[in-house]
Ligand binder design. Structure first.
Ligand code: ARG
Ligand code: ZN
Ligand code: CA
Length: 341
């Protein structure tokens, strides 16, 4: 069991860059980037592959995955008790959503804006608009939630995770693009140091370059680089923005990774998994704004999921299984439990 899981994880990372014959980008477990150009290159970071060779890191990833499986199985087999959101209590019925005893999770957030011109020094209003989008998307109060097709409507979930802005750092720099090697996360390299990642989520806003919208570090990685990075013109829903990535969904997607979600297609062909049971398998990312239904691997793709690669206006749900996967990090002993406050 342990062996099997580990080999799946290792295969996932190793194949992620040499990819099954096409040019499609595959980002690593703890890092990703999206190119706007038609031909995508692999942004899998070398760090991740190096990290996976480290037995201590392997062990950490395994532990997280085991805790996740335990929690998820339990979560999905339970329903809300009587009186909470309706339903008939105890074992519940098909109409009551699953529940745990964690309650609504509150994550404090620090935003570090590193800018080389006035546009990149985004306004407080733009930062606040991003926090609002995160809260809407993770609480399923996004106005486009109603667009989820009936095939998936029962799976679209309020994750009961929310975000609270506690601080903004601004730093001027002559550097115009930062890449994906985490330099922006270190004052010694001209960036801004992480604020205690055990108690807050860090978001660096700076130009990454190469058409990359954002990237994230998965749970289990180094504390000094923990958090997400988003380009200023893809951050928030008002201000200095670039369509079609101007509705704040890059951060929603990257926070999904930060909370251990994989891409909806599992970064591989039909037999590759995202470790979420209610998201249909696919053999590719979807781009632009796909028409419904889009069928791959003999099932309808959940193209409107935040963890696909579609335009901001065409992604509007997390599934129940993704909710369970994220929330498992906050259960007793979970790697992100100390964030909840
Ligand atoms: N860096 C992310 C990725 O490539 C960006 C995806 C965000 N998509 C979006 N529509 N904003 O995984
Ligand atoms: Zn991604
Ligand atoms: Ca799945």
């Amino acid at each position: 069991m342990k062996k099997l899981l580990l080999s799946v994880l290792v295969a996932f990372a190793v194949v992620s860059c040499s990819n099954d014959s096409n040019e499609e980008s595959l980002d690593a477990i703890n890092n990703d980037g999206l190119q706007l150009a038609a031909a995508r290159k692999c942004h899998a970071n070398e760090n991740y592959e190096k990290m996976l060779l480290n037995p201590a890191f392997q062990q950490k990833v395994l532990e997280i995955e085991e805790q996740t499986q335990r929690f998820t199985n339990e979560f999905l087999s339970k329903k809300k008790p009587a009186g909470v959101g309706g339903g008939n209590g105890g074992g519940g019925d098909d109409t009551t959503p699953p529940a745990d005893n964690i309650g609504v999770i509150n994550i404090p957030v620090y935003v570090h804006v590193i800018y080389s011109n006035a546009n990149e020094n985004i306004s407080d209003a733009q930062i606040n608009s991003q926090i609002s989008v995160l809260n809407a998307d993770f609480r399923k109060s996004n106005s486009d939630a109603a667009q989820v097709p009936s095939e998936f409507a029962g799976l679209a979930s309020d994750t009961e995770i929310q975000f609270n802005l506690v601080g903004v750092t601004r730093k001027s720099s002559t550097r115009t693009s930062w890449g994906t090697n985490d330099a922006m996360k270190s004052a010694a390299n001209g960036g801004v140091d992480v604020v205690d990642p055990a108690t807050a989520m860090n978001i660096w806003v700076c130009n990454i370059g190469g058409g990359i919208l954002g990237y994230a570090q998965f749970p289990g990685g180094s504390a000094s680089t923990d958090g997400i990075v988003v380009g200023p013109q893809y951050f928030g829903a008002t201000g200095y923005l670039s369509a079609p990535f101007d509705e704040g969904r890059t951060a929603t997607h990257e926070v999904g990774h930060y909370l251990n979600l994989r891409h909806i297609w599992g970064d591989g062909r039909c037999n590759r998994d995202d470790f979420v049971s209610d998201t249909p398998t696919s053999d590719r990312a979807n781009y632009g704004c796909p028409s419904y239904p889009t069928t791959n691997c003999r099932s309808t793709d959940m193209t409107m999921n935040y963890m696909d690669y579609v335009d901001d206006s065409c992604m509007y749900m997390f599934s129940t299984g993704q909710k369970a996967r994220m929330r498992s990090l906050f259960a007793s002993g979970g790697v992100r439990a100390s964030l909840n406050n």
